[in-house]
Design a protein around this ligand. Structure first.
Ligand code: DX5
Ligand code: ZN
Length: 219
């Protein structure tokens, strides 16, 4: 299966959001990764519904929304309305994760679960068949531009094993510090989707950079 590149708009130029999204439409990226931070679950605030709606107006790619917020349940239908195709919640923010996943699917979205770097894969054993996407955080969530945590490779291998053993169809997404230095090794370990913020948007030629990442991921 072709590996997917999901540029994170957190690193884009917000004053020129329309042209950034049009650039992604022209690129080899299949998904657009959208980071929502509430200043409570993570020590940073990014953007919310009006900005997602503005992105949706121009985006021709899958809207992959990553919620770094407490109480995600209360906004599930709103995120659907503003354009999310995939909605990912944090394991650490959900007391009733199984119920949250069902609610996301009931709205017609794909359901994702993100794990912080300290959270072991084993916590997903009893819900893995209910998950469409597992987002492994390879940095501590809250900021773009951080360095990749090497322990992630081990977690990708463990997660791939769990998915295969359970006949789950979940995809594995890696989020944080992805570059041309780790892309190939990550997909070799079992990753399906690579999120890249700074590496794409701070490059001189983002379209070429996405192409290069995609080639590395599929080599
Ligand atoms: C971190 C976010 C990431 C971030 C990735 O909290 O979830 O999606 O935007 O940015 P880079 O690729 O710069 O680490
Ligand atoms: Zn993210």
């Amino acid at each position: 299966m072709t590996k997917i590149i999901a540029p994170s708009v957190l690193a884009s130029d917000f004053a020129n959001l329309q042209s950034e999204i049009e650039m992604l439409n022209q690129s080899d990226a299949e998904w657009i990764h959208i980071d929502v931070m509430d200043g409570v679950f993570v020590p940073n605030i990014s953007f919310g519904m009006p900005v997602i709606q503005a992105i949706k107006k121009h985006a021709k790619k899958t809207m992959d929304v990553h919620l770094m917020i407490v109480n995600p349940d209360q906004y599930i239908s709103t995120f659907k309305k503003v354009g999310a195709d995939i909605l990912t919640v944090h394991y650490e923010a959900c007391t009733h994760l199984h119920r949250t996943l069902q609610a996301i699917k009931a709205e017609g979205m794909k359901a994702g679960v993100a794990l912080n770097p300290h959270t072991p894969i084993s916590v997903l054993e009893d819900v893995i068949r209910d998950i469409d996407l597992v987002c492994l955080m390879s940095v501590n969530p809250g900021f773009g531009g951080q360095s990749f945590i090497e322990n992630t490779y081990k977690k990708v291998i463990q997660l791939k094993h769990l998915i295969e053993q359970s006949s789950s169809e979940a995809k594995i997404e890696i989020d944080g510090g992805v570059t041309d230095k780790n892309a190939h090794k990550l997909v070799t370990a079992g990753a399906d989707v690579l999120v890249a913020g700074s590496f794409v948007f701070k490059a001189n030629n983002p379209i070429e950079t996405i192409k290069k990442l995609k080639a590395l991921a599929n080599s």
